[in-house]
Design a protein around this ligand. Structure first.
Ligand code: SF4
Ligand code: SF4
Length: 358
């Protein structure tokens, strides 16, 4: 029998109290109260939003989930990991401040905010997966320490994977700095000499000082570059290019293997909530005020990350004729992460959509 994926339809403009109550019902309908046991320390994985970004999932969707975890007599903490690129989210001190500026405080959520990979992203645990690309992977220690986890994801386009949703939030979002570097090491960009204006903006964002600006154009030292993609995101002259086909395919496979690591480690004690509201071209890591590409659909809940992301793909395609990733980045094939995820045992693309009636 195919795995159920529950769909709660709502708009981000719906009354907040009404949405909160419906989310609590969804928590039970999806069986998350059976996954979380008494006295579990339960991670609630979120994305606090890059400073300047306006489309991240707001804290009021997280608070009812924290309450439901507490009603299971468990101990929730709300968490994310530090990022690779230059940002106030690259260390736990500033990261927690950014979270608070975006409304994610222990007072509002009813649970502590803990950055899962420590002050500088070095707190990591090695998990054996014996997958085709990696024998073992490096995950954020506190996510490994948690007995159970609820992963709250925001479905968006993504500039190097096409789709950023549940698998991306698991693989990249739950890894330590070393784990993120491993995933990104497969993708090195190049700068077009004819398009580059030598403005130097990318230099300020490169976390490892791999970019040098000459008189007429900038260039990347491939030996230093860690493939984080920041220069691609910040260049306003479309001068930075990835080798889309090979880079995106390998990156998606790396992300899927890292997602497999945390799913295996949790051994069934994980639930996923993936929101299809404010679906933007880029992910919430970019400091921008993006517009939605697709009308809001609602939120998906289930226990299979591949099934949920396949449902994101299918539901957005059904609504517009093209999937979210096809609209956001038509040159990328976002299905690679789904197909490879299924191949390595992360989940199944076969699912049964169950629309809730509350
Ligand atoms: S941001 Fe773009 S245009 Fe400016 S130096 Fe970097 S690659 Fe060149
Ligand atoms: S040059 Fe490499 S390391 Fe630097 S921002 Fe670009 S992708 Fe990241």
């Amino acid at each position: 029998m195919s795995t159920p994926v529950f769909l709660l339809r709502f708009q981000h403009s719906d009354p907040i109290d009404q949405t909160k109550n419906r989310l609590k019902k969804l928590f039970k309908t999806a069986g998350f109260d059976k996954i979380i046991e008494k006295n579990d320390v339960t991670a609630v994985k979120v994305h606090f939003g890059e400073p300047g970004n306006t489309s991240y999932l707001p804290h009021h969707y997280v608070e009812p989930i924290v309450r439901m975890i507490k009603s299971c007599n468990a101990k929730p903490f709300v968490t994310d990991t530090n990022v690779l690129y230059k940002s106030r989210r690259d260390n736990a001190i500033d990261h927690i401040e950014v979270a608070a500026e975006h409304g994610f405080t222990s007072e509002k959520l009813g649970a502590p905010i803990i950055i899962a990979d420590g002050i500088l992203g070095r707190n990591e645990s090695e998990i054996e997966i014996n997958a085709p690309l990696n024998k073992s992977i490096s995950l954020a220690t506190e996510l490994v320490s948690a007995h159970s986890a609820i992963v709250i994801s925001h479905a968006t386009g993504h500039l190097t994977t096409g789709l950023g949703a549940t698998i991306k939030n698991l693989g990249m979002g739950m890894s330590s700095r070393k784990g993120k570097l491993t995933q990104h090491s497969v993708s090195k960009p190049i700068i077009s000499e004819s398009k580059c204006t030598a403005c130097g903006v990318c230099v300020n964002w490169c976390p490892v000082d791999a970019i040098t600006v000459g008189d007429d154009f900038a260039f990347i030292n491939e030996g230093i570059c860690i493939g984080c993609g920041e220069c691609l995101a910040v260049c306003r002259f479309n001068a930075v290019k990835f080798k889309w086909d090979s880079s995106s395919e390998l990156l998606q496979k790396q992300i899927a293997e890292h997602a497999l690591g945390i799913v295996k480690q949790k051994n069934g004690k994980m639930g996923f909530l993936t929101f299809m509201i404010n679906m933007t071209k880029d992910c919430d890591c970019l400091a921008q005020k993006p517009i939605s590409l697709i009308d809001d659909i609602g939120v998906l809940a289930g226990t299979d990350p591949v099934a949920i992301d396949q449902a994101v793909y299918d539901l957005t395609k059904k609504q517009t004729g093209k999937s979210l990733s096809q609209i956001a980045f038509p040159a990328l094939n976002a299905q690679i992460q789904l197909e490879y995820g299924e191949q390595i045992g992360l989940g199944s693309r076969e699912y049964r959509l169950v629309e809730t009636e509350f």
